[in-house]
Design a protein around this ligand. Sequence first.
Ligand code: ADP
Ligand code: ZN
Ligand code: ZN
Length: 739
Amino acid sequence: MNYPVSVVINLPKYAKLSGPLTYFHDESLAVGTLVRVPLGKQEVLGIVWQEDNSGRLSSTGTNQTGRSQDLNIKPITSEIVGIDPLSQDWRDLVAFAATYYQRSLGEMALQALPPQLRDLNAIQIARRLKKNTGQSKKSLIKLKDSASLTYEISDPGAEVVLTPEQKQTLGAIDSSLGPFLVYGSTGSGKTEIYLRCVASVLEREPGSQILVMVPEINLTPQLEERFKRRFAYLFKENAPVAIVSMHSGMTAAQRLQSWLAAHSGLARIILGTRMAIFASIPQLKLIVVDEEHDPSYKQQEGARYSARDLAVYRGKRLGIRVILGSATPSLESWHHAQQDSNLVAPSRYQLLKMPSRIGHALMPRVHLIDLNQQPRGTVFSVQLLDAIKLRVQRNEQVLILLNRRGYAPVLHCQDCGWKSECMHCSAYRVFHKVDRTLRCHHCGVVERVPRFCPQCGNADISPLGKGTEQMEELLGTLLSDVKQLGGEPLSILRIDADSTRLKGELSSQLARVHSGEVNILVGTQMIAKGHDFRKITLVAALYPDTALFSSDFRAPERLFSLLLQAAGRAGRDAGIATGSGSESEMWIQTQYPSHPLFQALLSYDFERFASEQLTERAQAHLPPFSFQALVRSEAKTQEEAQLFLNSAKDISSTVVSLIREKYSTSNSAWLQHEPSLFPAIAMTIQRIANIERAQMLIECDSRLMLQEFLKMWQEKLHLLQPQFKGILRWAIDVDPLTI
Ligand code: ADP
Ligand code: ZN
Ligand code: ZN
């Protein structure tokens, strides 16, 4: 007997075929089962799904008669055995994400699975499954690098006496369902809160699983360590996969292993970056999103989902707690955590404040240096340089933050004005002195630095502007006669995307900082986040000003957060480092010292900064007071890219009318709102790798209206696009983070 099976596969390009396809099988298959199915000449992975409109299939995947008559329907190739069907919760999550972010269900669902699951056939997967279980049994006995051995010693942190703020926070989390926004300065003991919440859920609910998300797991091995040490006992019960990671730095085989561990319930704690939000975690009981403000929670290509927002959705659906934590919450989350001014509606998130740092470590004192008062061309003011000398001579560490890698952002010819523009992009190629190359940070093109100006032949071409390489070099020169406490010369280390390109380099460089061997650390935002540097007592931010006048309304928010996080690297252990408990310091060199952002930073007043920003946003009708989407298009010429978008704009009012017609009986308030579409413009970096890029902003006061609009409009755009032969790609970004 043949049963029809409705299967979702990845078909993003054929919008019309994006729903489930029908196959048949000789027995009925549970919804959520993984199958291999033929597609043309290929064989692909699919997921058994319930038919959503025809009603031919019931929720268990069999139809009423149990027979399939249609001869065109093909049989599935194989069922993947040994992997339980994906749960209703998981299917709802990907279905919601697909709808909300305007992607096809197949694309969203299949991309949410680890690549090997898609790429291996049923036999290969069966072999892999067998190997995995075999491995974990053996490794229980002789694990080389090894969970059970290293983490035998349990974490002394489990014994610490909680501060009153921590107790209060935990009490609040215990007594309601959240979602919670834990707003606590760096070093206020937020991680300890997460650990305790995880511990109590593990204790209370047998077999429970917990998802902990971090913005960039490569940068936070310390967090992983802390979890492994704290929950060492789990390794004994569940073998090495009791605590697993999920991030893009892992091999495909490792990712499959973690995924299977989570899906089977063996993994009790899943630590991961944004992709982990789509993990199948059948016994999920708690979600923690650390550094919830971090832009890396938003996927920036393909399906542009926000893992933080999906975490809140997933938690709400499951009725479990979600804890968002940050020292500088995103203004969206901050807004959701504010009580309505007339106190009628409760806030969406429960705000839990932890203002004090553990051990009364103070945040560093902020010094603003007015660059207008300094000689032209000053890179390090005399005051800052003196302060740095003082610190390094006491064997304390200094961190210099400059968010621009390379030696100089541009190379230019003083004679004819030539600049090192990229031939493929509307951007300059960056001068890297280390290997004497010009590199485009957008398309990746690399070229040796020319000896003479390519335009006029002049030999006198020179760098313009400053990057981290140059800072490293300059500090070496400026401080050449300064010695460490023991009389040895200073050690200056640069950490950025260039210095850490090879695997393992970041951790070995960080180890040098932690060991105290390094005196001065120069780096990009990579080093400002998360690291628990114990001996840094001075942090300096150079050239932060560009963000103040950016066309992106979120630039100040990001700058404030970056500076505050960088400041948080200092004074974590000031007392121990200096033996004197002397105050640590944060230096900012700016041309706009009286700017409200810096003024708020002087007293680390996030709340003041946030309220000023939110007032401005309310006035300007920007998120979180309105909802946005962007359509981006790519074409050979800018004109074509914009023409398509503007034609798309022309049909928008028709779409709105159609929606109003469709819901004419419902009389809902959201129908009154109308999305505004702005004219198409070139993107800030207009051309990358010879492709012209344009974008158009859509704004609406109602999220519902925007959703309905995007859905219907997108269908129309698929029909419209073939008229624009020059369009290479176009896509919608819902809740865009960069504008
Ligand atoms: P955050 O995540 O807010 O930066 P952490 O939880 O990492 O803060 O805490 C900062 C430091 O203080 C860590 O070394 C942690 O072990 C320690 N710590 C946290 N809570 C306490 C406590 N109640 N008593 C003593 N030390 C604590
Ligand atoms: Zn020239
Ligand atoms: Zn380029």
